[in-house]
Design a protein around this ligand. Structure first.
Ligand SMILES: O=C(O)[C@@H](CO)OP(=O)(O)O
Ligand SMILES: [Mg+2]
Length: 442
């Protein structure tokens, strides 16, 4: 028998753990009166948007280290965030009911009292917020996706798999950060994962045969020194065919150039065959239009920089009926920015990252704003991840049918894919897998 006491928080604790890049991050441990426990770990980005909620790092003076000349983790530790969970957030949450997610998230916002969670740290607050969501599920005896999404939560997301890494996620010369395959023509999630994995391995063989390295970047995609960005698209098409699939119909391409990392003030600096070229937003949009005509691209994220609202709106009016235009750095999962984007027709989709905004409740509000406008939304990992698979359940709960969670050879990414397989298995014949995309005409 489940009783109200089972949902009451008895203890909140936190510790500093490492993420997939070997950088410190926050893990929160929650204990409920009934004795059940919940754990959540916070991811961390590299190509972060300027207006993201603040990820609290210790800095060299606040490290608390015995050897001040050698700060812990170069000042990147999260001991202060951990201490904020233990000393400030925990006392306010003891005795509270984990089913009241919105109220408890609000309580943390009030404790923090800043616009961007600068006092307690978005990493501290999000860790607790996720642990509360998981605690509510555990106490109710429900899987997280069902607890968060209700009985209608049975749509498995189409994965965007990042098979070639560049930009800030790799040490190669590619300016564009992510070249992803999207197996949207598969009949089920499990089959989509197989399509993706087979294509990933075909790509490895192709790279090897053409004399490129097959080492990987931060999200597990290969990171070869290709002569230019476009070569990545043609290689992916070759890999899809080599794996026995139809480019476009079975597996399409999604791009995240993460243009804030090579562009600002409407000017974009690209490398090609070792030389650098500067392009305007208009020229970037023409470049994408040209690629879309020649490659089966169905989604373009951050094709322009976070400060280029005008360029984004032009891109959306020029290309938005042919493909998904996703805003990441420009919206930073912030409902206010998304609403501006909807008014100004900046994009037609939004990338959703829990730690950009810092609570589960605000993330859901961001998704609701997108849904209300008929925009698509893609639930996304960060380039620094942990083995926590919260994201997989969250994507099924939110029902948008899209997840971006990296490549197919690093366990912090695979943890999400494997959890989605588990959910699909558990849902059985009730599981749905519906492509949100039309087949691209190339
Ligand atoms: O730009 C992105 O979409 C993300 C995730 O792929 O990268 P990061 O976490 O480094 O911001
Ligand atoms: Mg991005």
């Amino acid at each position: 028998m489940v009783s109200n006491a089972d949902f009451q928080i008895r203890k909140v604790d936190a510790l500093e753990i490492l993420d997939s890049r070997g950088n410190p991050t926050v893990r929160v441990l929650l204990e409920l009166e009934g004795g059940r426990t919940a754990v959540a770990s916070v991811p961390s980005g590299a190509s972060t948007g300027r207006f993201e909620a603040l990820e609290l790092r210790d800095g060299s003076d606040a490290s608390g280290d015995a050897l001040p000349e050698r700060p812990r983790y170069g000042g990147k530790g999260v001991r202060r965030a951990v201490a904020n969970v233990r000393d400030i957030i925990a006392p306010a949450l003891i005795g509270q009911d984990v089913r009241r997610q919105a109220a408890l998230d609000r309580l943390m916002l009030d404790l923090d009292g800043t616009e961007n969670k600068a006092r307690l740290g978005a990493n501290a607050i999000l860790g607790v917020s996720m642990a509360i969501a998981r605690g509510a599920a555990v106490a109710a005896g429900l899987p997280l996706y069902a607890s968060l999404g209700g009985s209608g939560a049975r749509r498995l997301p189409v994965p965007m798999m990042n098979v070639l890494n560049g930009g800030l996620h790799a040490a190669n010369a590619l300016d564009f950060q992510e070249f992803m395959i999207v197996p949207h023509g598969a009949p089920t999630f499990g089959e989509a994962l197989r399509y993706g994995s087979e294509t990933f391995h075909a790509l490895r063989a192709l790279l090897h045969a053409r004399g490129y390295v097959t080492s990987v970047g931060d999200e597990g995609g290969f990171a070869p020194d290709l002569p230019d960005n476009e070569t990545a698209c043609s290689l992916i098409v070759d890999a899809i065919e080599k794996a026995g699939y139809r480019p476009g119909a079975d597996i399409a391409i999604a791009l995240d150039p993460a243009a804030s990392s090579f562009g600002r003030d409407g000017s974009y600096r690209l490398q090609s065959h070792g030389t650098s070229v500067t392009r305007s937003a208009h020229e970037m949009n023409e470049l994408y239009a040209d690629w879309i005509a020649r490659y089966p691209i169905i989604s373009l994220e951050d094709g322009l920089a976070e400060d280029d609202w005008a360029g984004f709106a032009k891109q959306t009016s020029r290309l938005g009926d042919r493909l998904q235009i996703v805003g990441d750095d420009i919206f930073v999962t912030n409902p206010a920015f998304i609403k501006r984007g909807i008014r100004e027709k900046t994009a037609n989709a939004v990338l959703i990252k829990l730690n950009q905004i810092g609570t589960v409740t605000e993330t859901v509000a961001a998704i609701e704003a997108a849904r209300h406008a008929g925009w698509a939304y893609v639930i996304s990992h960060r380039s620094g991840e942990t083995e926590d698979s919260f994201l997989a359940d969250f994507a099924v709960a939110m029902g948008g049918g899209q997840i971006k969670t990296g490549s197919l050879c690093r366990s912090e990414r695979i943890a999400k894919y494997n959890r989605l397989l588990e959910i699909e298995h558990e849902l059985g014949v009730e599981a749905e897998f519906v492509s949100p995309f039309a087949v691209p005409r190339v």
